[in-house]
Design a protein around this ligand. Sequence first.
Ligand SMILES: Cc1cc2nc3c(=O)[nH]c(=O)nc-3n(C[C@H](O)[C@H](O)[C@H](O)COP(=O)(O)O)c2cc1C
Length: 393
Amino acid sequence: MSSLVDKFPRVSDMLKLAKRRMPYFASEYLFAGTGYDEALENNRKVLNQIFLTPKYLKGTVTPSLKTKLFDHEYDAPFGMAPVGMTSLMWPGAEVALAKMSVKNNVPFALSTVACASVEEIGKELNGNGWFQLYPPEDKAIRDDLLKRAKNAGFKTLIVTADIPASSRRERLRMAGVSVPPKNNLRTFFQAAICPSWSIGTLKNGIPAFGTMDQYSNGNWHGNAKSKAGFAGSQMQRYVDWDYLKEVKDIWKGPLILKGLMHEDDAMKAINIVDAIYLSNHGGRQLDIAPSPLQMLPNIRKKVGTKFPIIIDSGFYSGQDITKGLILGADFVMTGRPFIIGLAALGAKGANHVHDILKDELSNIMEQICAANIEELKNQKVMIGKDFHLTDFN
Ligand SMILES: Cc1cc2nc3c(=O)[nH]c(=O)nc-3n(C[C@H](O)[C@H](O)[C@H](O)COP(=O)(O)O)c2cc1C
């Protein structure tokens, strides 16, 4: 029997199977961008503009991918980005991803709007989880969320800054995506032709907001509210520099600001947070935003060589991760690939995605004789003409 890697040597090889096993509304939720999907497509195009010029005759190396961030040494410089409603896309996704991260010593970030709660997932993460906060407008909820995440053993906090408004997500409207999924014929039919997803959902429970639901179910200061409407209303706005400083004072641990694109924001942020996380939300928020990779070299120059920079949006392979690292990132996160693995192969698929990314990255390092990530970052890069943006004003 052929091994997984023979059957699915790249993440993209799992895509067709993943899409077949997910109901249409769930796959649209995962893969859609926003607007005309221009940011989504540009994320890919920009990655294809970067080349690495190898130097040879340096002997043989056994590469180490170990990477230190804050006070933890990870086994590889990549991890799982925060993705909301993860169990809508694949039942039980949060637990599977948490286990994958512990097994392989790479980070996993749990979203505020994941289906499993901080309490459930904290238990799985051996005290080294990352919790992502969509800053609630109600500060009492915010403070309670931070307390719960700390008590559940999460060590690192990500504050997401790039949703001052919800985006239009036209494809989600057309696919009828809602939380919880609508109980109608269309949804039923889409789910019925995906038996693994449906049986998994029956076992795991109808997707809900595991962490947030207790604030809308009537037990928290008043009346029950619509779950999705409530979560949306809490998370659409509000984060500003003062709010961020308040979060920092409460959290008292490593703090990452996610969703930055502009060098001015980066320069302000480095005085407050411990790492900046460049992202265009996987092309899901502002369709006319550039790829964060296009902003990275300049931001790296501005913030200096030492300040930790994390990046995501469109990194689907070890090749892509290499490109992020050589342009100045310390860590590359990825959202959709791990879910593709889960949907294609179940829990072992998340692990398989990890193995592919690590193997691809390691193979590149061997080929260019880079013994460690520092040496990889010092490679000569060539950038295609469509990479650079020109300031207009
Ligand atoms: C389905 C989906 C849900 C997401 N939910 C969140 C979220 O809850 N919080 C957050 O900060 N980012 C969220 N993101 C953005 C991811 O953290 C990450 O920035 C993005 O997926 C990176 O792009 P990639 O999927 O191309 O790797 C989501 C992305 C996707 C695809």
